[in-house]
Design a protein around this ligand. Sequence first.
Ligand SMILES: C[S@@+](CC[C@H](N)C(=O)[O-])C[C@H]1O[C@@H](n2cnc3c(N)ncnc32)[C@H](O)[C@@H]1O
Length: 253
Amino acid sequence: MLENEANPTISKSTGLPRKRFYRARAHSNPLSDSHFPVPVSPSRFDLSGHYPQFFPSYDQVDCSKKIRFADIGCGFGGLLISLATLFPETLMIGMEIRDKVTEYVKERILALRMTNPGQYQNISVVRTNSMKYIPNYFEKGQLLKMFFLFPDPHFKEKNHRRRVISPHLLDEYAYVLGIGGIIYTITDVEELGDWMKACLANHPMFEALTREELEVDPVVKLLNSATEEGQKVARNGGQTFQAVYRRIVPSVC
Ligand SMILES: C[S@@+](CC[C@H](N)C(=O)[O-])C[C@H]1O[C@@H](n2cnc3c(N)ncnc32)[C@H](O)[C@@H]1O
């Protein structure tokens, strides 16, 4: 019997996990305490389980090889999968708070590795609350790119503190991004788009990319189309609002 005949969670035709077996609640409260393991510091984050081709074992870690891209609230992982082949030598991680969704992304990556030998070895996913634990995973200046694609809007004013972009969290993101590193944000909720842009524009350690820079950045083209949420918005003909900012050294007056 074929393996996926025995395992109904895997599609027979594509070999990929079927989403309907990974149903999750629409939202998780990022301010509540969750119970999952978190590394005490970035140096204790075991990369060998995530990228076995790059790190054959925990004690054979090449310290120069670090995660450079982080997709915050990665959902079902569409962006990571598009980026994996675009930047095959760059290690990337998705951070996702919902356990079933994280499981789905894990299975999806494993299936892609099986069906495409040598590919998709540079992407992985971790279940975590990015609003609490970013500094546990990344050192100062480690990241080149951070993505916040279609984050939960948390419409009510009293819930704005649950938003993944805020002045306080931007301090943390500025810490883990290297100088010149880029934050990409996109949403279909105009008010949230204005909020994210205002937070970034008012932060002394970020500046907007110019129109010319946006046009030549291959990643910008993926923001609308690569993720599951982006595809849903596109299918419904929705408008999107993006803000793409670079980490800079703040100017001293
Ligand atoms: C609307 S979905 C967008 C998913 C994906 N970026 C996309 O565009 O398809 C937002 C995702 O962020 C996740 N999320 C929300 N708060 C989070 C947090 N504090 N840490 C990690 N993930 C979070 C949610 O579980 C959800 O999967």
